[in-house]
Design a protein around this ligand. Structure first.
Ligand code: NAD
Length: 487
């Protein structure tokens, strides 16, 4: 087993096993080969992880932000030094091509450590509020033990995007990766300790939907940050609400990407392809409803088909490979079902639509797929597919496309391609989503807030905005005079 970790969990600075936990296998999506065998956390492991986090947190919070930041910045350096090794692990964990993981996974985690490690001077200060002779001041204080629960599409990135702001604010984190991709987060925990993070501040435990609630419902947990689907988000937010815990919800989407007829055609097609096929379509913010203005529909579709059919599918460890398998057989079957629904409901299959026959082995491969003539009420236009399936819809007018773009319960992202700058701003102003792009798609550097509106969730990751979700304000009123009481 080529990616077997020393043990299933990482608690209090070391690998820990509890063989009483349900055993499960980690499969390499490109071949179906078993690459690791692990155990889900037992209630005893959950207790151990939370107790060690609770113990470690107070002393960590008492350090200066600069001292905490130093550890995160060192972790960023180690992640960058080991980018190749971590990217290969990410590829084994997820099946995503090394061409992507080497530029988008550990490195984006390192960016989060570097950014949050470096903001001590600016981000964590309070305010001084003059009140005549009296005054007040605010302090930004940590929440305590935070739980992070991850999805399987960006395991290392999610582990870092949640860990970095939590730690810089003075919290401890217990992180549970997705049961589909259990490996990367363990390495991140190991690296943080190597960088000088005191033991217990970043613990990783394994498990699935039965383990998550043990964390979410735990009385010593102050906050839960979930990256996952909307149905899971409702369950987790509901459970957290019963105890009034803080929550961040990074959930699914069905985002509109609007291409006006004055757009730079090649850029718009490139944006639409990146926003549907990157990570084999397993990206929450993907622009899966591509609205193309009627005047350019034919040109757009013929170039899109041509470029899509050139995508190189194959062994994810090959540098040249552009599209790897899906994360699991179950996920691929779900996507194939959606493709059948698209055909049955009358969409035109422009390209793809099945399992590629030129890729050897038992991997969970699927062709990049484009449907055209998609209408708003079709299932493939309403539900999140989470695979490489692009739906192209056409439209006549600006007001019409904005209304149709917003006609969804989701509100994660959106994009517009046009060379009319005032139109671009008018459109993004009216689209109901947390992150919007003009003349590009899906770029999410750590400097900008990322998160959803409507059913795509609440709270923001990255940027200074994330600090608000891992800390709270304490206000202190200071009187400079005597108390005047009427009695
Ligand atoms: P999922 O909802 O099935 O699982 C997400 C995580 O929640 C897993 O770790 C799972 O074990 C855990 N979980 C499941 N039920 C739980 C419960 N009742 N209590 C606690 N934990 C529970 O999602 P997935 O299939 O792993 O990931 C795909 C989904 O994630 C898609 O909908 C995608 O859009 C979304 N996603 C969102 C973002 C974002 O930033 N908005 C990023 C990546 C993925």
């Amino acid at each position: 087993m080529r990616a077997q970790p020393k043990a299933s969990h990482f608690i209090d600075g070391e690998y820990v096993e509890d063989a009483a936990g349900t055993s499960f296998e980690s499969l390499y999506p490109a071949t179906g080969e078993v690459i690791a065998k692990l155990h889900a956390a037992t209630p005893a492991i959950v207790e151990k992880a939370i107790a060690s986090a609770k113990r470690a947190q107070k002393e960590w919070a008492a350090l200066s932000p600069t001292a905490r930041g130093r550890v995160l910045k060192r972790a960023a350096e180690i992640v960058r030094e080991r980018n190749r090794e971590l990217s290969e692990l990410e590829t084994l964990d997820t099946g995503k091509p090394i061409q992507e993981t080497i530029v988008a996974d550990p490195t984006s985690g390192a960016d989060a450590f570097e950014f949050f490690g470096g903001i001590a001077a600016a981000g964590l200060n309070g305010d001084y509020i003059p009140l005549g002779q009296d005054f007040a001041f605010t302090k930004r204080v940590p929440l305590g033990v935070c739980v992070g629960i991850g999805a399987w599409n960006y395991p290392q990135q999610i582990a870092c995007w949640k860990g970095a702001p939590a730690l810089i604010c003075g919290n401890a984190m217990v992180f549970k990766p997705s049961e589909n991709t259990p490996l990367g987060a363990l390495k991140i925990a190991e690296i943080l300790v190597e960088a000088g993070l005191p033991k217990g501040l970043y613990n990783v435990i394994q498990g699935d939907r039965t383990t998550g609630p043990l964390l979410v419902n735990h009385k010593d947990v102050a906050k839960v940050s979930l990256t996952g689907s909307v149905p899971t988000g409702k369950k987790v937010a509901g459970a957290a609400a019963s105890d009034l815990k803080h929550v961040t919800m990074e959930l699914g989407g069905k985002s509109p990407l609007i291409v006006f007829d004055d757009a730079d055609l090649e850029s718009a097609i490139g944006g639409a392809m990146l926003g549907n096929f990157y990570s084999t379509g397993q990206v929450c913010s993907n622009g899966t409803r591509v609205f193309v203005q009627k005047g350019i529909k034919d040109k757009f579709l013929s170039r899109l088909k041509e470029r899509t059919e050139k995508i190189l599918i194959g062994d994810p460890m090959e540098e040249a490979t552009q599209l790897g398998p899906m994360v699991s057989k179950a996920q691929r079957d779900k996507v194939l079902d959606y493709i059948e629904k698209g055909k049955a409901e009358g969409a035109t299959l422009l390209t793809g639509g099945g399992i590629p026959n030129d890729v050897s082995g038992d991997g969970y491969y699927i062709q990049p797929t484009v449907f055209s003539d998609v209408t708003d009420e079709m299932t493939i236009a309403r539900e999140e597919i989470f695979g490489p399936v692009m739906c192209v819809l056409d439209f006549d007018h600006e007001a019409e496309v904005i209304a149709r773009g917003n006609a969804t319960e989701f509100g994660l992202s959106g994009g517009v391609f046009t060379s009319d700058i005032t139109r671009a701003h008018r459109v993004v102003d009216q689209l109901e989503a947390g992150t919007l792009w003009i003349n590009t798609y899906n770029l999410a550097p750590v400097e900008i807030p990322f998160g959803g509106s409507k059913q795509s969730g609440f709270g923001r990751e990255n940027s200074l905005a994330a600090l608000e979700h891992y800390s709270e304000l304490k206000t202190v009123y200071v009187s400079m005079g005597k108390v005047e009481a009427p009695y």
